[in-house]
Write a protein of this length. Structure first.
Length: 196
């Protein structure tokens, strides 16, 4: 999704991802997070009011709960909140849950990272990278991170570089680097650096 000016907030429906982070960042997130979490490709269209329509194109869909690498019940595109083993979801339910979780994470990231404010031009990619990271590590982890502190200080490149530290997971009680997380952090850093 190309960088484009965000329509005036009055035209964007409150509660949509686009109203929280702008259309460009919303598009990057709604396409990027499914790719990162599930390895699937989606198409995203926005209505004039910022309402998103996410359509599955290819790749796996996890419509039934499974245990992730850390043994946490997960479904759809990396969703863990309220997920229990044995649950099943439709594509529409997964799309709605994805946007709701992205909105929740985006609101938290935007609250603690004024360096990513919509009023600051040229932050679409850094904003999307930060929210993608927060979606994976939690808003609290993001807000307490060196990456957030550096971005808030206007040090975008240094903030993007600091994202690389978040490549570990607790597996069998031991915190260790995970190849997939290392690769994801590198991709998020590259996305973030487009605004540096």
């Amino acid at each position: 999704m190309p960088d484009s000016p965000t329509p005036p907030p009055a035209r964007l429906k409150k509660g949509t991802l686009a109203s929280v982070v702008g259309l460009a960042s919303a598009g990057l997130l709604l396409m990027g997070v499914p790719k990162e979490e599930s390895g699937r490709t989606v198409a995203v269209d926005f209505a004039v009011d910022g309402t998103a329509h996410v359509e599955h194109v290819s790749g796996p869909q996890y419509l039934q709960a499974y245990l992730d690498i850390a043994g946490i019940p997960t479904a759809c595109d990396g969703l863990t909140a309220g997920i229990r083993m044995g649950q099943r979801y439709t594509e529409a339910q997964c799309a709605a849950k994805l946007e709701a979780e992205l909105v929740r994470h985006a609101e938290g990231v935007m609250r603690c990272t004024p360096g990513l404010a919509l009023a600051i031009p040229g932050r679409d990619h850094a904003r999307a990278a930060a929210i993608s990271l927060a979606y994976n590590i939690g808003v609290g982890g993001w807000c307490a991170s060196t990456a957030a502190r550096r971005i808030n200080a206007g040090q975008i490149r240094a903030g993007c570089d600091a994202m690389l530290a978040w490549d570990k997971a607790r597996v069998n009680g031991v915190l260790r680097p995970v190849k997939g997380l290392t690769a994801r952090r590198q991709r998020e850093r590259v996305l973030c650096l487009k605004d540096a």
